[in-house]
Design a protein around this ligand. Structure first.
Ligand code: PEP
Ligand code: MG
Length: 757
């Protein structure tokens, strides 16, 4: 059973388009279940009907024509109930609806299962038999399992069609929209440029070429380059090779010859595929065949083919990359954008960012905010390879991407762009005014930084200090650990730029979704694993080096405070403080005059909220990391787009916890700040101020937005709103209440939607 399922899925995965996929499904299922009929109906949103898209057994002329509304027939019943319907006597069911052109009157037993993707019924998979008998539990289970696996593939194929402007049934559509999470606020309309991770055969999309001869010549050029590499390699290490190993090199060269792999790839290019796609397909076919062999030797050859083809792919991509011309304004799109990919695009051309994986807390999103570039993250089912060269809209406020936009949709977003311009002109005027409410309550607005560009921008926007310098960002952009001296330089830039204002440097917070390229951490459960201070305490040499660099960088400036991430117990605090004191002592003994920095702890782990008093005996300040605190309270991976819809820092429990922390910290007379993303959400900022947070630290882009909102309300209003909010049962009511209050206070719509928490 499992083998049949796997092989059907594999064949469907290889299909060239939606229709081919559906044909495979009906043919294979009908055979595997030995039924008279297997059909697939898909929902066409334009028509609001489930259309018969493929069938083995029903009259072929009805395919593409016969359709049912959700209120009609047994197919409609399956869709309406979103659960299987299994009937031995279909024609006697009250919902039985006969469509004459299908000629289904001869079939009595009926089993229909819904095809559900992200809670939406995309279609219905049906099998029918002539005789009167119910399908047994095993048959039902088979169809349900298959349908669950097919749903993603069908959704992807549908999305591909939507991007090119067609519904599943071939009707013209516009405004294909894809949902994700906000990465960086703002809206942009421009051409998409898709990028892929280098030399990865598994992610190469299908793409057509027009100039086949040129593509073949290009492929041959790259193939030749690999041939030369292999021959050179063979010559270089010839003397160290045993005869059988030398033969292996000859075998490689043979595989690359014109009548082996190369010929197969060229045959596919002649069918119209681009070279990368043709190569990837040939490689996949060979690897799959070889991996299924019983013979060890042959299975090993699968690795060789993969290696050789990756080498050719590397050349194909490298040469293409070098010739790549970026449009004047481009939106970078990828399955998983990395900082390195971002760096490839000339800064002046980059106006938007879209990534299928990741979230608003991924470091690409952090960079996007630093650069003030709208970004949408975790966009599910995005057919990113299809978007290349097409005009798309990125809505960074709501984390959405639109392709194939209609004139009305384009106009609506152009209007938002105009509104944004006006808004930022208006905000400029308050940059030197204090952040205080109408009745004079003062709250400090600090900034979160990672790169020096953030520092410069945030100073222009009147930031009153750095509440979180994510030191891992400069670490992430390198190919080895920076030396103590290099770190000192980086830290000095931040301290100098803000002097005499305070700069809070957080010690290295790697792990989770932030593995360093040169220090990979592979874990089943990275967010619950080796992260932040846990790594630092296991590698005191890295920790001490970093702290030494920070303290040295502060010489003569004296505006440094050090903050510890991911603390879960007092032992970690004691150990860290001891090491910081030791580093300080060493530097003093080396003859430098430096001031001992304040030390603080982030509350990011729920356990710590019950230990505020214990913390107060050990450190000087506390800052709440609401991004992680929320993820651990809610047990929702902040980086997983599948569950991003239920991750919210406006969850009533999160708000109550934040309030309790504020009360406890003030009881021990400590200053309290918050440096999670919610501080930059104007609505949330008002609530945090009402709870008593003294410092709100946020990304530079949000500074003036938050200030503008705080200056529009009274402290009294904020307190009353907080009381009402804390009495709510769910996130949506909290958000609605805050929105109404800000609306009543005359706050601009864009400021109200500037939420990326
Ligand atoms: C947080 O967790 O709220 C935080 C500020 O840290 P980071 O987002 O870098 O994990
Ligand atoms: Mg954190």
């Amino acid at each position: 059973m499992l083998e049949t399922l796997r092989s059907i899925i594999q064949e469907v995965n290889e299909a060239k388009d939606l229709n081919a996929s559906l044909e495979i499904i009906v043919r294979r299922v009908q055979k595997a279940m030995d039924t008279r009929v297997c059909s697939v109906y898909l929902l066409d949103h334009n028509l609001g009907r489930y259309v018969l898209m493929a069938s083995k057994g029903l009259d072929a002329s009805s395919v593409g024509k016969a359709s049912l509304s959700p209120e009609e027939g047994l197919v409609g019943l399956v869709a309406q109930r979103a659960e299987p319907v299994n009937l031995e006597h279909a024609s006697s069911h009250p919902r039985y609806f006969y469509i004459p052109e299908t000629r289904e009157e001869e079939f009595e037993s009926f089993l229909g299962v819904p095809v559900i993707h992200h809670r939406e019924v995309l279609g219905v998979l049906v099998v029918q038999q002539a005789e009167v008998r119910a399908f047994d539990a095993e048959e039902e289970a088979f169809l349900i399992t298959l349908s669950a696996q097919l749903a993603g593939i069908i959704a992807n194929e549908e999305a591909r069609g939507a991007v090119t402007g067609f519904s599943p049934t071939g009707l013209k559509t516009t405004d294909a929209s894809f949902e994700g999470v906000p990465g960086a606020p703002g809206v942009v309309i421009a051409e998409a440029i898709t990028v892929f991770p280098p030399a990865d055969l598994s992610v190469i999309p299908k793409r057509k070429v027009d100039d086949i001869d040129r593509e073949i010549a290009f492929f041959n050029e790259c193939l030749n380059a690999v041939r030369i590499d292999i021959s050179e390699l063979k010559m270089k290490i010839k003397s160290q090779l045993r005869p059988e190993e030398r033969e292996l090199f000859d075998a490689y060269l043979h595989m690359l010859s014109d009548n082996a792999l190369g010929a197969e790839v060229i045959a596919r290019i002649k069918e119209g595929s681009w070279a990368q796609g043709a190569l990837a397909k040939v490689a996949r076919d060979h690897v799959r065949n070889l991996e299924h062999m019983d013979d060890d030797y042959l299975r090993e050859r699968a690795t060789d083919i993969k290696d050789l083809c990756s080498r050719v792919l590397f050349y194909l991509q490298d040469k293409e990359q070098k010739n790549r011309k970026y449009p004047k304004r481009c939106i970078l799109v990828s399955e998983e954008l990395s900082a390195a990919m971002l760096a490839e695009v000339p800064k002046e051309n980059l106006v938007g960012i879209v990534s299928s994986k990741g979230s608003g807390h991924s470091h690409v999103a952090i960079l996007a905010r630093a650069m003030s570039i709208p970004a949408a993250m975790g966009i599910q089912d995005l057919p990113f390879s299809e978007l290349d060269g097409k005009e798309i809209i990125v809505d960074g406020y709501n984390g959405r991407v639109y392709s194939n936009p209609s004139d009305e949709l384009r106009e609506r977003f152009l209007e938002i762009v105009r509104e944004e311009e006006q808004l930022s002109e208006g905000l400029e005027s308050i940059k030197d005014l204090p952040c205080e409410t109408l009745d004079g309550h003062r709250v400090e607005l600090w900034v979160n930084t990672g790169l020096i560009t953030d520092v410069l921008r945030s100073k222009e926007r009147g930031a009153e200090g750095i509440g979180l310098f994510r030191t891992e960002v400069p670490f992430l952009l390198r190919d080895r650990f920076p030396t103590e001296r290099e770190q000192t330089e980086i830290y000095r830039q931040q301290l100098e730029a803000f002097h005499p204002k305070t700069v809070t440097m957080r010690t290295l917070d790697i792990g989770g979704d932030k593995p360093l390229p040169y220090f990979p951490i592979k874990e089943e459960n990275p967010f619950l694993g080796w992260r932040g201070i846990r790594v630092s305490m296991d590698h005191p040499e890295i920790f001490i080096g970093q702290v030494r660099a920070m303290i040295k960088a502060s010489a003569g400036l004296d505006n440094l405070q050090i903050m510890l991430p991911m603390i879960s117990n007092m032992q970690e605090v004691d150990d860290s403080v001891r090491l910081i004191k030791r580093a300080y002592q060493e530097i003093v003994e080396e003859g430098m005059t430096v001031v001992k920095p304040s030390i603080g702890v982030m509350i990011e782990i729920p356990a710590l909220m019950y230990q505020v008093e214990a913390l107060s005996r050990r450190v000087d300040f506390i800052s709440v990391g609401s991004n992680d605190l929320s993820q651990y309270l809610l047990a929702i991976d902040r980086n997983n787009p599948r569950v991003s819809g239920i991750y919210s820092t406006m969850h009533p429990s999160v708000l109550r916890v934040l309030k309790q922390i504020a009360d406890d910290v003030h009881r021990v007379n400590m200053r309290l700040s918050i440096c999670g993303e919610m501080a930059g959400n104007p609505g949330a900022a008002v609530l945090l101020m009402a709870m008593g947070y003294d410092v709100l630290s946020m990304n530079a882009t949000s500074l003036l937005k938050v200030k503008s909102v705080v200056r529009n309300v009274t402290f009294q209003q904020a307190r009353e709103l907080l009381d009402k909010v804390l009495a709510q049962d769910d996130t949506d009511s909290v958000k609605a209440l805050v929105d109404i209050e800000l609306y009543n206070a005359g706050v601009d719509r864009l400021l109200r939607t500037s939420s990326n928490s």
